[in-house]
Design a binder for this molecule. Sequence first.
Ligand SMILES: [Zn+2]
Length: 320
Amino acid sequence: MCGKIGLKGGMRTAMKGAFSACVLVLLLSLHVGCSGEPQSTGRIKVAATVFPLYDIAQNVVGDRGEVLVLLPPGASPHTYDLTPQQARQLKGVRVVFKVGHGLDDWTRAIGDIWPGVETVVVDKGIVPRLSNDSEEHDESAEHAHMREEMNPHYWLSVRNGEMIAKNIAEEMIRIDPAHEASYSANAERYLAKLSDVKQEIEAQLSGLPNKRIVTFHDAWGYFADEFGLEIVATFEPFPGKQPTPRYLAELQRRVRKLGIKVIFSEPQLSTETIAPFVEDMGLKLYVLDPLGGVEGRNTYIELLRYNAQVIAEALNNGRR
Ligand SMILES: [Zn+2]
């Protein structure tokens, strides 16, 4: 018995020795590698929780640094969880840019894993909208609670995109003051582009014959406010909550009364329940994308243009 343990212990020691040697070789080779690339350590590393913030941050950071995005394309921040692999990738990240207001609570573990990483909510100067202002007569405690919270989808207005870019630039200058000129110039250039996009979308949506829309979840209030659209209902009572039969009956009544012909779904959320509703009501289904990061919506600006285009097309087709 003792002999066996002794043998195992001996093997363990030998393996440990081999492992240590490997680590030493690895560290030495890394050291050699690093000394050969002086610039690799000079680039600042930051991250963003969702694609739109990531793209805005990339425009501000430019070639001064590296930006990571945490939410994979196609996932919904309302249902996603951070993976251990993603948490590991955050090694060396200085700041994580967040939406806040509950939308990126799935990243909370980052603070425990990397206590040195700062998280920055990019909402400074943004005029808040309350969550779920649809006319649902559900007085449950949970719903009452939701009503008091800021709607987190504020990046879906170009004006707010500009505020986000300014907030990110301010933060980058705070953590890396040596490159202030670079961040300021990048932000200025990007703000000019956003200003053009805003005018372009205003022109595209101002002449629509009908401006009433029914969206899948409560994400489009900021966009609607900016471009004069009216959200008359949402399919989900609030993000991630399936509609009850009573809620659907009320929605049906409203859609009929207002002569709504189109409804907007989203690629990140399960639309199984919306299909029968769309069919029963004889509606035409269009897809709005709040997050992007996929073909055709590979920048924040492309994402804004895509959504404006879909709404223009849908409301032109849905005229009475
Ligand atoms: Zn959402």
